[in-house]
Design a protein around this ligand. Structure first.
Ligand code: ATP
Length: 275
């Protein structure tokens, strides 16, 4: 599941089969991506290109994975960044970074002979929250304005199709201007996985692990209510560590039981209010 090399703009080696559950989200995303793929028809019909797509949902549910799988699906360069990288104390720096980001995306695509560039902005709420409401005033506003300008500047006639995928778990604080038609006009909800989703995710993350035959992933999925994909991945890893500790060559259901306790305990500690 890693990016091909140290270069963040490489095409990620993640595809939709690496993402468990999230059937509705995957379906919606694929539909949008097929839209990007049929550029000529879109042009002929005078439809405005899809410029921005928002993945909205709790942490660890696979939003980053989806953005990477999207890049793979449309054979696109992938530039990944986070909203917090744009926030500086000095006026104009954030806006300048946004400009640079779009320029870099186009250049990288051209250099690698791709027609598509995906810019992934994790935690987009950090730079896209309602204008005029941030304590650090103007700087945030300028950065957001620049992002809006860049989105508005994307044209169907461009040599490189730029698609911005934003991820957030705070869609409620986003500036409405971002969600206006022609900007992030598609919102894909990525929720915590249901029981079937959890089983699917457990299957994916145990693909390369030696499981004892008695291990019942359906049952484990039942016992991991409200676990996110990231927690389930962590669970499979912890279970393998338990097995290693006992010098067992297979992971047993007992190892999983202990791992569930450990992951749940870790969550509780994380949630403990700071004194
Ligand atoms: P954040 O909001 O914290 O950035 P995210 O929604 O972007 O989280 P990811 O970074 O995609 O979550 O997920 C973290 C890790 O958790 C992934 O690398 C993967 O190992 C695992 N994971 C999360 N969701 C899924 C899923 N649906 N299927 C398979 N693995 C998943």
């Amino acid at each position: 599941l890693s990016i091909g090399s140290g270069d963040k703009s490489m095409i990620p080696e993640v595809d939709f089969s690496d993402i468990g559950g999230q059937d509705a989200a995957k379906q919606e995303l694929l539909e949008a991506l097929n839209f990007v793929k049929s550029k000529q028809q879109i042009k002929d019909l005078g439809i405005r290109p899809l410029k921005g797509l928002l993945l909205s949902g709790p942490p660890g549910t696979g939003k980053t994975l989806m953005a990477k799988a999207a890049a793979n699906y449309i054979d696109s360069v992938f530039i990944s960044t986070s909203g917090s990288e744009f926030i500086e104390m000095y006026a104009g720096v954030g806006a300048k970074r946004v400009r640079k980001l779009f320029k870099e995306a186009r250049e990288k695509a051209k250099k690698s002979d791709k027609n598509n560039a995906i810019i992934f902005i994790d935690e987009i709420d950090v730079l896209g929250s309602k204008r005029g409401q941030n304590s650090s005033h103007m700087e945030y506003d300028q950065t957001l304005n620049q992002l809006l300008t860049e989105l508005d500047g994307i044209s169907v006639d461009d040599q490189v199709n730029v698609l911005v995928i934003g991820a957030t778990n705070r869609i409620d604080i986003l500036d409405k201007a971002l969600l206006r038609p022609g900007r992030f006009d598609r919102v894909v909800k990525v929720d915590l996985p249901d029981k079937e989703g959890r089983e699917h995710i457990l299957k994916i993350h145990t693909r390369n692990k030696p499981l004892a035959t008695e291990v019942d992933l359906t049952q484990l999925a039942k016992e991991t209510f409200r676990f996110s994909g990231a927690q389930l991945e962590n669970l499979t890893n912890e279970a393998a560590i338990m097995a290693l500790r006992e010098e067992a060559d297979q992971i047993s259901s007992e190892h999983f039981r202990e791992a569930i306790d450990k992951v749940m305990m870790g969550e509780k500690l994380n949630r403990k209010p700071k004194e």
